[in-house]
Design a protein around this ligand. Structure first.
Ligand code: GMT
Length: 377
């Protein structure tokens, strides 16, 4: 039996799936007896209440007047080093390559190479940023200098190898959900606030960035609405939202759409839905489809990135080529009209989320990686 570890975790504390996965992982590892030190610029939003074995170290940035751009990355690297020294960290686990993997590399140098660094790639840090010539070489450095690199899908591993010419091993660590939080919630009352009993509910949750193709969400919804009475619930905020609101108004569909804004209790909100829509242009994994799956909600989405590794076409949802909104709408109608098929999909969703993508399986995988890099097999 290996000893518990002292693990520093750096992530984006207030944004997106990578921060959610990093925070949930920290919570689970702390429950298993490891000591977790979050080194971030604010308290991770999913941390919630007090947790035994979890500590938070805030990164403060110098705003000295000569700086045109305050050097956040250098302050983070220094803080990582200080926390590693003071707390005796074994591992620094950074989520999202930019700038975290590079800051961790600097912290490791400062600690005389004693500290081990694990980097988890989440998606846009490779699929978007590694295509940017101003960042490509430094992302490659961060990856090559990590003691272990993990990625959230086989597709992301493949893209990383192709875009950055990386031949070192990359471990697969899928996103996961905590089954004590993600299960089908009772939501009869809540559902009544948004839909009549005879209406179905389609849902989309994202940061409303262009890669999410939210205009496709509305097109799919409008096409389904011609054949089945449906409501669309949009959860989250982001740059494409105003454009989307205009499109919905121009189509005369405002009365059938609810904008819920950002929501913390995703399991409760997702449980209202009959189907999740995820027609993304790029999606290394699609955490939201897993959250829906764990609540028994099938996804209709695109075949982008790692989505097919999560959503089994014809079993836990349906997938079509990017932009094929007619096909996606037809699949949605098929599932919504066939109660028997829908029940089978729902069961398959629950089973798959609980077995393949549960917290116990994936957190064990991360622990194995930590012990491996520390030479404690
Ligand atoms: O979806 C986003 O744009 C946010 C981004 C993030 O970094 O938080 O999400 C990425 O990481 C998630 C967690 O691993 C994945 O589930 C998402 O698929 C991935 N997003 C993209 O690849 C676009």
């Amino acid at each position: 039996m290996n000893r518990p570890l002292k693990i520093g975790i750096t992530c984006y504390p207030s944004l997106g799936g990578s921060g959610v996965v990093a925070t949930e992982l920290g919570k689970i590892l702390a429950e298993k007896g490891h000591e977790i030190h979050f080194i971030t610029n604010s308290i991770p939003f999913r941390l919630g209440k007090f947790h035994r074995n979890i500590f938070y170290h805030e990164v403060e940035v110098s705003d000295y007047y000569v700086f045109r751009y305050p050097p956040y990355d250098l302050s983070l690297a220094s803080k990582m080093h200080q926390v590693a020294q003071l707390q005796g960290l074994d591992i620094l686990h950074v989520h999202y390559a930019v700038p975290h993997a590079i800051c961790a590399y600097l912290a490791k140098q400062m600690s005389g190479n004693r500290l081990k660094v694990v980097t988890t790639l989440h998606g846009t840090d490779i699929t978007v940023l590694a295509q940017d010539e101003t960042l490509k070489d430094i992302i490659r450095l961060g990856i090559r200098e990590s003691d272990a690199v993990t990625a959230v899908s086989n597709d992301l591993i493949k893209e990383t190898r192709e875009l950055l010419d990386i031949s070192e091993p990359i471990d697969l660590t899928y996103n996961f959900v905590d089954k004590r939080i993600y299960y089908p919630r009772e939501c009869t009352d809540l559902r009544c606030d948004f839909a009549e009993p005879h209406e179905k509910v389609l849902m989309h949750i994202s940061n409303f960035r262009p890669v999410k193709r939210t205009m496709d969400v509305v097109d799919i919804f409008a096409k389904v609405n011609e054949q089945v009475p449906v409501k669309l619930l949009l959860v989250g905020e982001g740059p494409d939202l105003p454009k989307l609101q205009n499109k919905i108004a121009n189509m005369g569909l405002t009365h059938r759409v609810h904008f819920l804004g950002k929501q913390d209790d995703v399991a409760q909100v997702v449980s209202i839905a009959d189907l999740m829509l995820l027609p993304s242009e790029k999606e290394s994994f699609g955490l939201v489809a897993l959250e829906a799956m764990a609540c028994g909600v099938p996804t209709i989405g695109s075949q982008a990135g790692g989505i097919p590794e999560l959503v089994q076409h014809g079993v836990t949802g349906y997938l079509a080529p990017i932009g094929a909104t007619d096909e996606m709408a037809a699949y949605a109608v098929e599932l919504l009209k066939d109660q028997k098929k829908y029940a089978a999909f729902r069961e398959a969703c629950l089973k798959r989320a609980r077995t393949e993508f549960c917290d116990a399986v994936i957190s064990k995988k991360y622990e194995e990686i930590y012990y491996r890099v520390l030479g404690m097999p």
